[in-house]
Design a protein around this ligand. Structure first.
Ligand SMILES: Cc1ncc(COP(=O)(O)O)c(C=O)c1O
Length: 407
């Protein structure tokens, strides 16, 4: 089994990032596409809730509950602002994660209003599988379209006729975005369809790009944007009203009779129809803090996106120079996948793990695209986050190079 013989000491190469100061210097976490690490401020905000006002929200009149309500309302506002949407037209609901949010909305869409579901080849299973189950349950056509190298959806407008288009705005394999999202939204709407966006990866890497995209619903995960494990749905209020709501319970009704009930109908409370039962208040408060943190964070005195891009270019260029490695990405991105014909990615991940370097291996829940369409071997994924430093990237590249040389 590989052991690094002469790698520089981790301590001397790691560097530290202030808001992640709790991390030991000799750990190298490159799995931010799965879960970003949490800055100290986010951890503190959740502790503060548990220590100082750990009550229920949206049901109680006493002071702790009022404080929870204020924080949660603020969290909704901040998510709307991030995505450039107005309170008049959109609501923000919290769920378990992106997967749950997609299923919750999609599986309650009235099938009679639509002809087909349209998705793409590169989608995560959290999009791919619900698109299969919805089309089966509704007896509707399912269309799987290709994406261009830059991530643009390649489509014929005729296929959008009364279509539910369900697509990611950033890939978890190589960071490809959806540059034609704006025109796609216009085309989908002109044809009487809906645009549902899986933005699980996008929230931490330039979600502002969705501000001028008139999506009908957009899904994200707090744990991929420096927040706690929680899901986000940004959804048009008129779409909530169209749903055939079947997941109901506490918090969703105004009145209940023996065999009947009245659902919440007030415009400012429509999110509650997607938030059945008691919510993860600490998670919502932590998420709000993560949004504030990301807005004010200045890594090395600069913009987080630029900092991340510098790291991504360093990683991409470095990987391209390593002999025996195929880089899956066509351009630099915070999420880069590679493979080697000489050594299986799972073994690579194991050897890197022995050096405290954490990277994912496999098909990253994109089985159809990677395993069955492209037929590539399992990949190694290096996913950068704002806690990473140029020294860490350098150390990673040197260690990977040594492993491959020793294979
Ligand atoms: C593009 C994409 N969509 C959806 C998901 C599912 O996210 P979650 O596991 O938070 O539901 C992921 C998770 O990695 C993802 O990368």
């Amino acid at each position: 089994m590989f052991r690094s013989k002469s790698s520089p000491s981790a301590e001397s190469t790691a560097g530290t990032v202030k808001d992640f100061g709790y991390l030991p210097e000799n750990v190298f976490y490159f799995d931010s596409a799965c879960q970003t690490l949490r800055p100290q401020q986010v951890i503190d905000a959740q502790s503060e809730y548990y220590h100082r006002y750990g009550a229920c929200g949206e049901r109680v009149k006493y002071a702790w509950g009022v404080k929870v309500d204020d924080e949660v309302a603020d969290a909704r506002k901040k998510i709307l602002k991030l995505t450039g949407k107005s309170e008049r037209d959109y609501a923000v609901a919290f769920t378990l994660n992106t997967t749950y949010g997609i299923n919750l909305v999609l599986q309650q869409l009235p099938g009679k209003d639509f002809e087909r579901i349209v998705t793409s080849e590169i989608e995560h299973n959290s999009v791919f599988l619900p698109s299969i189950t919805w089309s089966r349950a509704q007896g509707k056509e399912r269309v799987v379209l290709p994406r261009a190298k830059d991530g643009s959806l390649l489509y014929d407008v005729k296929k959008l006729d009364r279509a539910v288009a369900l697509l990611s705005s950033m890939s978890n394999i190589d960071g490809r975005k959806l540059p034609n999202a704006r025109s796609l939204a216009q085309d989908v709407h002109r044809e009487g369809g809906l645009l549902l966006i899986d933005a699980a990866q996008h929230f931490a890497h330039g979600i502002e790009e969705m501000k001028d995209v008139a999506f009908d619903a957009l899904f994200g995960s707090g744990h991929k944007m420096y927040g706690p494990s929680i899901g986000i749905i940004v959804i048009r209020k008129d779409l909530i009203r169209r749903l055939d709501l079947r997941f109901l319970g506490g918090g969703t009704v105004n009145d209940v009779r023996l065999n009947d009930f009245d659902l919440i109908d007030e415009d400012h409370e429509l999110h509650a129809l997607l938030e059945t039962g008691l919510q993860n208040w600490a998670g919502i408060i932590g998420l709000k803090t993560a949004v504030d943190w990301a807005a004010s964070y200045r890594p090395q005195g600069g913009n987080p996106q630029e900092y991340e891009h510098t790291l991504a270019v360093q990683l991409f260029e470095g990987l391209r120079k390593i002999k025996g490695l195929t880089v899956f990405n066509s351009e630099a991105s915070p999420t880069i996948s590679v493979y080697s014909d000489a050594i299986d990615a799972h073994k690579l991940s194991l050897y890197l793990g022995e050096q405290n370097i954490m990277c994912r291996s496999g098909y990253f829940c994109c089985h159809y695209y990677l395993k069955n369409l492209l037929k590539v071997p399992p990949l190694l994924r290096i996913a950068l986050g704002l806690h990473n430093t140029p020294a860490q990237v350098e150390h990673f590249l040197a260690t990977l190079d040594k492993i491959l040389r020793n294979t």
